[in-house]
Design a protein around this ligand. Sequence first.
Ligand code: FAD
Length: 407
Amino acid sequence: MEKLFERSIRDASKLMKLTEDDHNLFRRVDQACDELLIPEFEKYIERKFNDQVPVILRKYDLMGIPISKKYGGGGAGTLVHSLTLERFGQLGLGVVTFVDVHQALGCMTLQEWGTEEQKQRYLTKAATGEVVLAYALTEPEAGSDPVSLKTQFRKDGDDYYVTGSKYLISNGSVADRLIVFAYPEGQAKGMTAFLVDSKEKGFYVDMKLEEKMGLFTSDTAMLSFDNLRVRGEDRIGEEGRGLAVAYSALLNGRIGIASGCLGVMEDCLNQVKERVSSRTQHGKAIGKHQLIQRHVARIASNLESARWLTYQAALKKEEYDGNKTDLGLRSEADRISAVAKYVSSRAAFESADSAVQCFGGFGYSILSPVAKHLIDTRVARIYEGTDEVMELKIASTVLGKDFEAYR
Ligand SMILES: Cc1cc2nc3c(=O)[nH]c(=O)nc-3n(C[C@H](O)[C@H](O)[C@H](O)COP(=O)(O)OP(=O)(O)OC[C@H]3O[C@@H](n4cnc5c(N)ncnc54)[C@H](O)[C@@H]3O)c2cc1C
């Protein structure tokens, strides 16, 4: 039987020409995923960060998939990167969160906004996995409305000193470097992005957030900074351009999450196929009961509709990457990546719910292969822009600027 990931590669090759390099990458991702299957299961049961993810990704040279070869990355375009996240998604959103944050929110942001010196100094290390990245925008009082964040910076000579706290930061306690957003002291405008060193004095991991509903294998932390020094050359982009840096990162990140959710649906479909063919009730395989077939049909159609939409978003982003001065293309890429994340995360949540239903009582146990998908995909409707924020964004593109719910 053809594996679903192979089918995705075949379908993607109808949308763009895949090279031998791409196929080689897919083989390595497949091997890494096979190797991660058991550690991911074990860590999920222990409710611990899966520290094998960076180890195995480094082993297969997968830490910098979307980064230019010039900086030690894999040189993959957005669609190829999206396909790799789809494959990681079969393991669950814990793995996807690590990869998406490090690569899409971290590495790709450095590639887009960093100076040549920053790229040589940091991106090369991030792309090879020597350095793990995180992205710290959210604060206790600023989530959907990042403009209201409170973290501040003070300039002293060439250096900056950052003070404040960040909440719900993925990779937060394991990252070597974090992209942190702050306002100039005493001001609520001029947001600026910095590449912070977690080993610097004044950097604190206040708490590892381990009481999460799920996503146990992903590290989530609450951080604080007390006069944390950032060298002048470690500012990302110009002073005052922080919000543009933050939003461009989220454009990449949302395609990654939409792609990861495709993998979740593929795993749900695979697991359900096996379960409903082998489990017998009322004298026949439960898959022969028509109401169970409805669940199978729901997962399959959710996957199919979200898949093409996500590929379309990836291709639009790729088109924009090839023509960075075209702002119309950028806003189109932004719009469709929001639609893809919105549709794919909801489809994955509904599919995981159907998968749990097909598994019956066992499906309610985290020892089953599907419970984690139901628990974990819930977060995809919250992070990197909630359902409501995506809805407002999509609606304003239909109704026009005068109808923007907030600015
Ligand atoms: C496991 C996990 C990992 C995360 N990782 C990161 C990370 O790595 N980096 C990072 O910076 N952040 C991260 N986040 C934070 C995440 O991005 C925020 O939780 C999210 O943006 C929502 O912000 P909030 O939690 O403050 O909710 P709020 O903004 O308080 O929203 C609460 C509710 O109000 C709704 N709402 C808010 N404003 C409006 C509006 N104008 N109209 C209609 N409804 C509205 C929201 O949609 C939501 O339903 C993570 C979150 C989780 C749970």
